[in-house]
Write a protein that binds this ligand. Structure first.
Ligand code: SAH
Length: 337
C-alpha cells in the first residue's frame, strides 16, 4: 500500500481522476493532512464516508516512530525508527531567522568520506519521500511550531536518491501542504556531477550546497572518495555551468580539519579556485567524533583562514555552532544507539 505522505498534490489529483472523482479532492486531502494534521481519513468529514473508506483501503498513513529526542542549546536531535526497523536521525536548530531542520535522505551512506560519522554505516537503502516528509511532520508536532527552513544534510547523499528527493521537495514546497518556500530548501551534495546537471534543469529556486572540503585533488582524494570519480576541476566546471543556467548562487561547504586542509596555503588555493564564481563559502568547524584521525582546527586558525578568503573577496561565513552537550555530528546519535 502506498503511503499518502509520499504523494505530490499532482499525483493525488491524478489518483482522484482515475477513480472518477473531482481532482480538487486532492487539495482537501492535503489540507486535512498538512494544515489540520489529521491522522486518519475518517477525520476528514468534508468528504463522503464512502470515499474515506476507499482512501483507507488505498493508502497507508503510517508514520515513522520517534525513538529518542536529545535537547541541547538551540538544538534538538531526533532518532527515528522506520517501518522496517532501520534508524535515521534529524537535527532541529533554532536560529534568529527561523527554525531549520536537517533531514536524512538515506539509511547509511555509500560515499565513504573519511571524516564523516554517517558514512560508517554503508547504505542500506534509500529513504522514500514519505519518510523524509514525516521527519518534518513529527518534529513540528514535537515543538508545536512551524519549521521554516529545510536542509538535506543529514545522513545520506541526497543525489544518490534523486527521484525520492525531488518528490520530497515538491511535497513540502506545496502551498497547500507544509509550504516550505523553495528558497528555504537546501540540498547538499558531495559532488555527484550528473545529478548536479540534472538538478539545474528542475524548476524552483532550491539552494544547492557542495561539500568541497579541499582546494585540490591531492587533499580531496584523501578525504573524499567521490573525488576519484568526479575530480575537483570537473566539479567546479559543473558548478559554473549550474550557476550560469539557474542564476543561483551556490554554497561551498568547507570543514576545517586540523593539519589537513586548514593552512594559509590552502586558504589561498581555495580563494583562487573560487575566484569569480557567484558563490559563498561556509567554513565548518569540525565536530569531533570517535575517529582519532581528524581534529578540529583551533579558533584562531579558523579566523585566519576566514580572513584570507575575505581578503581575496570571497563571500565567506563561519558556521554557527550548535550542540553544547548534544553530540552534534550527524550519525552520532544513531551510532550511539
Ligand atoms: N552527502 C551530503 C549531505 C550529508 S553531509 C554531502 O556530502 O553534502 C552534510 C555536511 O556535513 C557535509 O558537508 C559533510 O561533509 C558535513 N559533515 C560530515 N561530518 C561532519 C563532522 N563531523 N563535522 C562537521 N561537518 C560534518
Amino acid at each position: 500500500m502506498q503511503n499518502i505522505y509520499g504523494l505530490t498534490l499532482k499525483e493525488l489529483e491524478e489518483y482522484f481522476l482515475s477513480i472518477d472523482e473531482k481532482p480538487f479532492r486532492a487539495s482537501q486531502i492535503y489540507d486535512g493532512l498538512y494544515k489540520k494534521r489529521f491522522t486518519s481519513f475518517h477525520q476528514m468529514t468534508n468528504i463522503s464516508k464512502k470515499l474515506r473508506e476507499k482512501l483507507s483501503e488505498d493508502f497507508s498513513l503510517f508514520k515513522i516512530k520517534l525513538l529518542v529526542k536529545q535537547e541541547g542549546v538551540n538544538v534538538n536531535k531526533y532518532l527515528f525508527e522506520l517501518e522496517d526497523g532501520n534508524k535515521i536521525e534529524s537535527v532541529l536548530m533554532f536560529h534568529d531567522y527561523g527554525i531549520s531542520i536537517c533531514v536524512s535522505s538515506q539509511v547509511g551512506c555509500n560515499m565513504s568520506c573519511a571524516f564523516c560519522e554517517s558514512g560508517r554505516l554503508k547504505k542500506v537503502r534509500n529513504l522514500m519521500a514519505y519518510e523524509m516528509v514525516e521527519q518534518i511532520l513529527l518534529i513540528e508536532d514535537d515543538i508545536q511550531k512551524k519549521i521554516t527552513h529545510v536542509v538535506v544534510m543529514g545522513i545520506g547523499e541526497p543525489f544518490d536518491n534523486y527521484d525520492n528527493l525531488l518528490h520530497f521537495i515538491k511535497i513540502i514546497n506545496s502551498g497547500k501542504g507544509i509550504d516550505i518556500g523553495s528558497r528555504h530548501i537546501t540540498v547538499s551534495t558531495c559532488g555527484l556531477i550528473p545529478e548536479i546537471k540534472k538538478f539545474s534543469c528542475e524548476e524552483g529556486q532550491v539552494n544547492l550546497a557542495i561539500s568541497l572540503h579541499a582546494p585540490n585533488n591531492v587533499i580531496r582524494n584523501k578525504i573524499m572518495k567521490i573525488n576519484k570519480v568526479y575530480p575537483i576541476e570537473e566539479l567546479i566546471e559543473t558548478v559554473k555551468e549550474y550557476i550560469k543556467k539557474t542564476n543561483r548562487r551556490v554554497t561551498f561547504e568547507y570543514i576545517l580539519l586540523d593539519g589537513i586542509n586548514d593552512s594559509e596555503k590552502e586558504a589561498k588555493e581555495l580563494a583562487s579556485l573560487l575566484q569569480g564564481i557567484n558563490c559563498y563559502v561556509n567554513l565548518i568547524p569540525y565536530n569531533e567524533t570517535t575517529n582519532i584521525n581528524f581534529r578540529r582546527t583551533r579558533k584562531w586558525k579558523i579566523l585566519k583562514f576566514y580572513d584570507i578568503l575575505k581578503t581575496h573577496k570571497i563571500n565567506v561565513t563561519i558556521r554557527k555552532e550548535f550542540g553544547g552537550n548534544v553530540s552534534a555530528a550527524c550519525g552520532q546519535l544513531r551510532a550511539n544507539n
